[in-house]
Design a binder for this molecule. Structure first.
Ligand SMILES: N[C@@H](CCC(=O)N[C@@H](CS)C(=O)NCC(=O)O)C(=O)O
Length: 227
């Protein structure tokens, strides 16, 4: 049985991607939660991952003796291991496009990621309004996302970025949730896409479990003193 090591569901956007991918597509796996205490070398989190992940980060996928770390590598491994699940879109051009936007997400959108950390159970519209007013780099990240999603939804005809659910939607599911948490402005077609993503059974299951965690970690919450 595949084992997926993940962080707190409320906070860990990288963990959310492969978990949603596997849950939504019915790939069986055992989940191993590794609670965030801190990311210091002596933390329980780092000690649990020592000897498992060379980066000391989650997610990590274990398939027998094989360890796969880093979200993109995990997604590619799953796509190869479960070809019948068509995790990437069908068609060479669509696949190349999907890989491009996942790689763009993997390496980019740093302003959005740092100013609007994942916090599924929170609603922070006032914080979002200040960030929107004061952070041009966040506005630029969101503008790029809107252009990307609007173009894909128009070209592919929806309901998801490449029609049916693919790795690309798993990749952007945490971004959808950030846009909701911080109530950042999005055009109607994108707002509808965000709601469709949030309603996917695999995403909805993650959101419900994230809300049930009720585990306040101050170092993950720059904008709140308590839940
Ligand atoms: N590029 C990595 C990033 C993983 C990552 O940053 N995970 C965070 C949790 S969301 C983590 O484990 N952080 C611990 C640390 O920074 O020491 C991936 O795609 O898996």
């Amino acid at each position: 049985m595949l084992k997926l090591f993940i962080g707190n569901k409320n906070y860990s956007s990288w963990s959310m991607r492969p978990w949603v991918l596997m849950r939504q597509t019915g790939i069986p796996f055992e989940e191993v939660p590794v609670r965030f205490d801190s990311f210091d070398a002596g933390s329980q989190f780092k000690q649990t991952l020592a000897g498992l992940s060379p980066t000391g980060k989650v997610p990590v996928l274990q398939d027998g003796e094989l360890i796969i770390w880093d979200t993109l590598a995990i997604a590619e491994y799953l796509a190869e291991a479960f070809p019948e699940k068509t995790l990437w879109p069908q068609g060479v051009a669509a696949r190349a496009r999907a890989r491009s936007i996942c790689a763009e997400m993997h390496a980019g959108f740093t302003a959005l990621r740092s100013h609007c950390p994942q916090n599924i159970e929170a609603s922070l519209p006032d914080v979002g309004a200040l960030i929107w007013r004061d952070q041009p780099a966040v506005r630029a990240d969101v503008a790029r996302l809107m252009a990307m999603w609007e173009e894909l939804l128009a070209q592919q005809g929806g309901p998801l970025l490449f029609g049916d659910f693919t790795i690309a939607d798993a990749y952007f599911a945490p971004v959808c949730m950030r846009l909701k948490t911080y109530a950042l402005p999005v055009p109607p077609a994108v707002a509808d896409y965000i709601e469709r993503v949030a309603a996917l059974p695999g995403v909805a299951a993650w959101l419900a479990q994230a809300r049930a965690e009720q585990d306040f970690r101050a170092f993950e919450e720059p904008y709140r003193l308590q839940r």
